[in-house]
Design a binder for this molecule. Structure first.
Ligand SMILES: [Zn+2]
Ligand SMILES: [Zn+2]
Length: 257
């Protein structure tokens, strides 16, 4: 789940923007390759799953697995987002320029994501999904065992949910999303602007899930993200004992200067 500066070079200082045609060609090519590889692996896993379905049946279970995978994708988006918003700092090797900074800068310029094109929006999530997809395709017995078939179907839909998350997030920030997106938002099937706006209120410490809107009210009601952060800070060496929102709720504004 990445949130990139609009058309910007990841790792550049907050606010410095580069147009798509000014982006490093290697980065752009990598994103194209990531999307192509993701699509190829998804098709390969889908074929394996289809073989599993023809062998073991239980096709009625596939839609149920798809819904479960969609909910897990939303949960995954929430915990990745929660981690990148709250842990690590400017000195965190690799993770700051590529993950932490883009997420936190997104609080400063929430409309920036709407200026990303399809490749820029979805390339990183595809790249991040490739290692598990390759491992699952190579080693999971999707077409030869019933449990492998169920897991393959679940994993395929989970990857698709993760792939769609950044696109849904982008649409939630658009004043005029595409008609189909607006329709799905009204139905509550994907993240809506009204729902996601709650996260974008300083100090950005709730409503972290950005695929759909199932988990956020539940987590917010029981302060589950806050409890998780307190637990991590209490037991993980090297983390600050206070909540990030208690220390620097205005962190993102100050990072602009
Ligand atoms: Zn955030
Ligand atoms: Zn956002």
């Amino acid at each position: 789940m990445s949130v990139k500066e609009p058309s910007s070079k990841r790792g550049s200082a907050g606010g410095s923007k580069l147009e798509v045609n000014e982006m490093p060609r290697g980065q752009r090519a990598l994103e194209y390759a990531g999307i192509l590889a993701f699509a190829s692996l998804a098709i390969l896993i889908a074929v394996e799953t289809a073989f599993g379905a023809s062998t073991f049946g239980y096709v009625w279970l596939v839609p149920i697995l798809a819904v479960a995978a969609y909910l897990v994708a939303d949960l995954t988006s929430g915990f990745v987002h929660f981690t990148l918003d709250n842990f690590g700092d400017d000195d965190t090797p690799f993770f700051d320029p590529y993950f932490i900074k883009p997420f936190r800068d997104h609080h400063v310029d929430p409309k920036g994501i709407t200026r990303n094109d399809f490749v820029d929006t979805n390339g990183d999530n595809c790249l991040a999904s490739l290692p598990p997809m390759i491992l699952i395709w190579l080693f999971a017995p999707i077409s030869t065992t019933s449990w492998g078939y169920f897991f393959g179907a679940f994993f395929l839909f989970l990857c698709l949910g993760i792939f769609l998350t950044n696109q849904f997030h982008k649409w939630a920030h658009m004043d005029s999303p595409p008609p189909l997106a607006a329709f799905l938002q009204r139905l509550g099937l994907i993240l809506s602007k009204e729902h996601h706006d709650i996260h974008h209120e300083s100090p950005y410490d709730t409503y972290y899930c950005i695929t759909v809107r199932v988990w956020n009210p539940l987590f917010d009601r029981f302060d589950l993200f806050e409890r998780t952060e307190r637990t991590i800070r209490r037991y993980v060496p090297g983390t600050h004992p206070e909540l990030r929102s208690e220390r620097d709720g205005a962190l993102n504004e100050t990072r602009q200067t």
